[in-house]
Design a protein around this ligand. Structure first.
Ligand code: FAD
Length: 257
């Protein structure tokens, strides 16, 4: 397979003025693990302009899906946010990343903690039947500033109820915990604070975070990652990697440039 494969855009949805998602064709030879990311982009002035993107779709699905920010004047997203059905995007051949099951030791409960577009790898992970074999309960915590920014993740979670195969496997073992910081909602506050103060445990009825039984995957901005690592390290969790599985793993949702 070539290093970059052109794929055709099948569908684009704009969720807010800052967020959109799109589906593309997928080569049968393009294999990935749920939770991984790949370089994608556009040919700009004849040269590929690429950025890391998590697959928001699961590896058993026919098409690929991505969930994207629109950065004003961002080199890639100022162009990418204008794509429409039938356009071509470039998809790299080498998916990678740490938010995969093999980076985590076995446990009872899996917490998926995301902010913003960091939910993308987890909309893939929650569709993975194997995750429900490995864990009794999966908790998806998604923090955004505003309610409308939760829409993509919420719709994927809701779609699982209509999936004949997955709904049977998942049953009531997927707990969705959306929270916003800037307006009133079901849950309000930063994901780190809600976990640290035990509010998530209180609201879900689950035990307080426990390194012996809980496993955590985190995908967010630099501040959330730093706070979550501090919170987990203080509770005896150990960061894992493919080479040495641990009790939590992190991935940057983006890098500051
Ligand atoms: P850039 O020059 O890349 O970014 C400009 C600035 O915008 C950055 O300094 C940062 O402050 C801000 N920014 C960039 N991306 C984001 C974001 N996602 N959320 C909030 N602020 C941001 N982006 C996605 O939209 N979806 C993904 O699934 C995704 N997966 C990623 C996975 C990894 C491992 C990494 C490292 C990054 C990922 N990103 C993702 C970020 C992505 O690679 C680009 O940065 C983003 O598409 C913006 O590209 P740009 O060229 O327009 O602007």
């Amino acid at each position: 397979m070539a290093a970059l494969a052109p794929q055709t855009v099948l569908d684009v949805r704009h969720w807010t003025d800052r967020l959109f998602s799109f589906k593309t064709t997928r080569d049968a030879s393009f294999r990935f693990e749920n939770g991984q990311f790949v370089m994608i982009g556009l040919a700009v002035n004849g040269k590929p302009l690429l950025r890391a993107y998590s697959m928001a779709s699961a590896n058993h699905e026919e098409s690929l899906e991505f969930f994207s920010i629109k950065v004003p004047n961002g080199p890639l997203t100022s162009q990418l946010s204008k794509i429409s059905k039938g356009d071509e995007i470039l998809v790299g051949a080498k998916p990678t990343g740490t938010l995969v099951q093999a980076s985590l030791l076995p446990g009872k409960r899996l917490y998926l903690v995301a902010t913003g577009t960091g939910v993308a790898p987890f909309t893939s992970v929650i569709k993975d039947p194997e995750i429900y074999e490995r864990f009794d309960v999966v908790v998806l915590i998604h923090g955004c500033r505003f309610i409308e920014e939760l829409s993509f993740g919420r719709e994927v979670v809701e779609s699982l109820k209509d999936d004949e195969y997955l709904s049977e496997i998942i049953g009531d073992r997927l707990i969705y915990y959306p929270t916003v910081t800037r307006e009133d909602y079901l849950h309000r506050g930063r994901v780190t604070e809600l976990l640290d103060t035990g509010i998530v445990a209180r609201d879900t009825g689950l035990p307080a975070l426990d390194a012996a039984e809980d496993r955590v995957m985190i995908c967010g901005g630099p501040a959330v990652l730093a706070d979550m690592c501090g919170l987990l390290d203080a509770r005896g969790f150990e960061e894992g990697a493919l080479s040495k599985p641990g009790t939590y793993v992190i991935e940057k949702a983006f890098v500051e440039r």
